[in-house]
Design a protein around this ligand. Sequence first.
Ligand code: SF4
Ligand code: SF4
Length: 216
Amino acid sequence: MIITQKKPLEELLGMLDGAKTVALVGCGSCATACATGGEKEIADLSKVLEQHGMKVVATAMSEYCCMHLKTRTILKPVIAANPDAVVAMSCGDGVQVIAQYCKCPVYPSNNTMFLGESVKLGLFEEACHLCGDCVLGKTGGICPISRCAKSLVNGPCGGSRNGKCEVNPENPCAWIEIYNKLVELGQEYKIGITRDDKGYEKVSYPRTINIRGDKK
Ligand code: SF4
Ligand code: SF4
């Protein structure tokens, strides 16, 4: 899932400077799980904005803000309310989808942090940098790009101490974890294989993937 964090209120209020009427759009998937864009957060932010003299003229919730069809549909009452501004309570992708359908400015209430796992309620860990060339099959299912502070494809770096990362000793060294996992899997021979350096041609932005064939 995409992990988001609320922006400081002052920053959001600064963006909304001058707006008298606002609409809030939440996201029912990742942002709800992160407590940054669910029904409760919409209600809380509505109250705060009203306290700051703005009128909340519409609220809406898309099941997935990143999906155009669903989001376009739920935006109809928002657009009809003709607000001065819309606050998109989603990840940055959702903000961009919403902005494509609104004539007024659309502002993000969240910072989009990373693609990660919900380990337990309220605890999220970074897990994938969307590199476009997944090496998990060679690393025991542990991502060296996102879990190693240096994104080393051939680690460890030599700075690891007592199984911890030299960059942030609070984190385990990803490459020690990879080694231990490969041993557990009976695949320790893979640690000695030299993995190709990452080719960054797969991450030349923006990327588009079309699985629709000739369908428009
Ligand atoms: S190697 Fe890591 S960053 Fe790349 S796709 Fe796989 S999990 Fe994501
Ligand atoms: S100590 Fe381990 S996790 Fe940290 S940078 Fe070096 S190889 Fe990567």
